[in-house]
Structures are given as C-alpha cells and as structure tokens.
Ligand binder design. Sequence first.
Ligand code: AGP
Length: 591
Amino acid sequence: MCGIIGYCGQKPAVPIIIEALKRLEYRGYDSAGVASLSDGRLLIRKDAGKVDEVIQKHNLASLPGNVAIGHTRWATHGGVTQLNAHPHSDCGGRIAVVHNGIVENNQQLRQELTKLGHKFTSETDSEVIPHLIEDELKSGCSLEQAVLNIAPKLEGSYAFLVMAPDNPAKIVGTRRNNPLIVGINATDYYVSSDALAFSQYTNQVMGLGDNEVVMLTQEGVQFFDPKGNKLAKQVRKLDQSWAESHKGGYQHFMLKEIMEQAQMLGQTACQDGKTFTKIALDILRANQVIITACGTSRYAALVGRYLFSKVGKKFCDVIMASEFGYFADSVDKNTIVIAVSQSGETADIIEGVKAARDNGAQVISIINRPNSILADLSHQVIYLNCGAEIAVAATKTFLSQLAIFYLLSFSMVDAFDEATAKLASLNGEITRVLDWNKSELIKLSQNLKDKNDFYYIARGINFAIASEGALKLKEISYAHAEGMPAGELKHGTLALIEPGTPVVVICPADYTFSETLSNAIEAKSRGAYIIGVSDKESEVYDSWIKLPKVDELLYPMVAVVPLQLLAYYLAVNRGCDPDKPRNLAKSVTVK
Ligand code: AGP
C-alpha cells in the first residue's frame, strides 16, 4: 500500500525522490518523507499530509546528497501523524528505513527490543526494522549483512530500504511478498515498489526474488541470495507505455483514464490468437474453473463467468480473493484458477493463488502492471496492455479486463478473430457514449450531489456493471451506493426507497429489458428517481443515459463508461478528490 523509492548515483538525489513520490502517491497519500545522506550526516524530513504538502512544508527540495530514500504512506499501524510517517530511525538517528507491508510479529519484536533498551518513537510496525539493524551494525557487520541477518526475524510481508551514514553511499533493500524493482541508467541506480517511479529515466530493470537482498552503491548494483551469496541478474526492458504519468490536460487522472478507454481497448485486444485458443482449451478441459479477484476486478470476473457460460458453455465460479483460502480444500490439480488483478500485488489474491498452487492448480492471471508478484506465481499471464492506471478508482483496466474475458470466451468456440473484430467496432461506440451523455451526466451530478443513497440495478451480464457503477460512486464520492440484480430489489432493498432516491437502472434493449423495466417501475412507484441507462427510451426514466445499440454481450462495455463518468462528476461536485479517495490505496498489499 505504501510506496518506497531509493536513488544512488551522481545526481542530486532528493529531486529524483520527490518526483518519484509524486508518481508513487497512488499507493498511499496520508504521509510522506525523505532521508538523504550528505557529508556523513543523515537528514530526515517527514510529515503527515499529501506529498506536495510535505514537500512545501519541509522544503524537501533543499536537501543535499546523492543518495536518498523516500516513502509515501497508507497507514496500517499507527495513526496519520508526523511521528508515524517514514523514514523511521534507530535510537541514535544513524539509520533510516522506509517500509511497505506489515511486520506481523512487530509487537513481540518491539517488546524484545525495548527490554534491550531500545527507545521507540512511533506506533508503527516498521520501526522495529531500524532498531534490529542498529544491533547488527553495533556488532560490526556491514549494512547488507545486517539486512540479511534481520530479515528472517520478520514475519509478514514487506519490502524495505535502509541507509546509514556509517555505511555511506549505499542503499540496501529486501522484499518478501511485496514488490521491489531496480532500475539502472549508466551510473544512476534506482529501487522502488514500482518501476513507474523511475521509468522516465530508464527502462532497464531488474527484479528481486522473495528474501533476496539488493545493494545500490555509486559503483553499481549487487544482488544477494538469503544466505549472502552473490547473484547474477538479467536486465529486462520495461514497456515504455509505463513511463507516462501525466494528466494529459485533464483535471484528474481518473477523467483522463475514462476518456482514453476507447483507444486502450484497441491495445488490449491486440493479443495472440493461438495463445488464447490454447488457454481457452485448457479452461474447457479443466474439471473446475475458479476465478478469483477483489473489488472492480471481481466485477470483471463476474462478467467473465457469464461470458464463459453463455459463449463457451463452461460453468465457473467467482470467489472473492479474501475468501478464497477458505475454499482451498476443494482446489486440486484438475482445477484452473484465473486470478484477475490490475496491480498483480493484491495480498488477498497472492495468498489465495499460493494456496491453489500448493494444491496443484494451474494458475492463469490477467494483470495490467508488469513485473508483479502475481505474474511470478502464475503458469500463464495475460497482460491488459492498457498502460499505467494512476487514479485509485479503476476504470480503463476494468474495460480491458472485460475485453480479455470476451476474447477468452470466444476462443472457446474457436472465434478469437471474430471477437477481435467486434472489439474493434466498439471503439467508436465508446467515444459516442461519452459524447452523447457528457452534458446530461454533468447536469445529473449537480442535481444529485446532495443525495447520500444510490441503488444500481441490472440483470444477467449487466448485473456486475450495476455493482461496478455503485463501487465507483462510493469509493470516490463517499455516498452509500449498492448494486444488485434487479430481481433482488423486491427481496429487501425496496424498503429503503424513499421519494427522490436515485435508482440507476441498466436496461439495454435485450432479453432483460421488460423485466428490468418492471423492477424500475416498482421502485418508481415508491418515489424513486429513475436514471435509465439504455439504448431504448422509456417514460419510466426521469433521466436517460443513452447507450448505442450493440451486441447483447457487449452492453457491459458501453454501459459502464457513463457510470464511471457519473461517479467522477458526482465526486467533483461533492468536493472530493477522485484521484485520491480517503482511506483507499491503489495496491492493497495487506490482508
Ligand atoms: C477499484 O476501483 C478499487 N480501487 C479496488 O476495488 C480494486 O479493484 C481492488 O482493490 C483490486 O485491485 P487489483 O485489481 O489491483 O487486484
């Protein structure tokens, strides 16, 4: 959830760290901090607040030095305060550590260290790391050896970076179940949770395995296995689409990412037909198929389940990743697990996939972010190829996930090319849906901005779109929103409908139209304000979001786009920052 970055080289380090923190802010934005080494001194500045606020308040740009580390925080242990912000230090202020993840045995370690005389200044789990290193350094070992020695004492998942003036011009890092990637450009060396942090400087990257240690000096990068043996690593090339991190003239990343969806769909659809056909056959042959995912990715999975059943006549189950472990007993070598994750980092998914692999399952992943932990755990990876998604709320990656499921399901009936052609035709429809509805959505968001309860209903393949529309709204507007199958409304939720309650009804002119409209009428009879999302007008709608007529199985892709835009405009009208919703982070690397 947090973002960490280190730089070691010939250039002034802190401006590079500041730029990286801005790029990493999607991972957490409640506090930020920097430590740099200059003339044998360790300089630490940190505070609660967004990266820009901390930069201004502490004049971070003025910090000297060619070696520095930085952190952007999403609080897990300890409140959002200056003392809990990273970097954390040891008793003597001679060590700086930035950490992403959770040290699960931190209480026990803290007690042991306190008994030995260590003084803690924060409530974080992370602070045990510099204190453990302090003791190792006192016994005379090098910083890299200290990290190798303490890592086995830490339980949980982590990636951390450490530096110390007694080991000058050096950054040491390690990871377990949390990402850490190294970038190299001539005599400049970078290490971060995400290559996006330094991708404007280099596309030459090297990954770090679980429990491996990396040391950055001004002379180069050295990797070690957990026993301290030196490791040779291959340099990989990073896809340049990951270098971009600008808003392209839009007010927010979320708006940019909504608007570029049509174009990104084309990139996603550019897949290898033979590979898809092979994967599709494997899915058809498997005794059981389970799709696991969280949040938005899970709603894409629900559409996928529908497509597999409708097109490929293959039933599969979708299990929330946080619950997947409880079903691990019924996973075996004849099971295919499809893990869907934008980030490839979500802790719940990683845990579930590991359990599935232990039971012999084949794992196929659908991921956007390159070089992820999930990719390393998978037998086969399908990439979305839709570029970096910065806004916390997923938009373009959702559409791309739907496209992948569409391609996979058509590949089950040997119709990959037909699916590619149909996806290509959607490009214009998505642009049209945005053009047609923009002003209606702006007006609607102004009228509804003070409403605090929204309901979204749909049937069949579009039920997941109702859920996704509601999730988008609640995560960025802080309004209560629920999505449900339209038929379920009368089984309880109807009790909550009051005069003026907004009910978004997704009812394309397909086989679900009449029944969904009947459910809308039931809500309207109780006073609901009906927002119809359809290609067919109706007097039932108080407001109409117009969809183009498309193939029945493609409605989810055109229907979700205006719902994303509605959520965006509602958030802006309610005074919320859609890119940085409270209490959320883009990569959820804790359970
Ligand atoms: C999306 O808008 C959400 N921020 C969230 O639900 C997200 O989809 C979920 O945390 C899963 O993330 P992943 O796709 O990276 O695994």
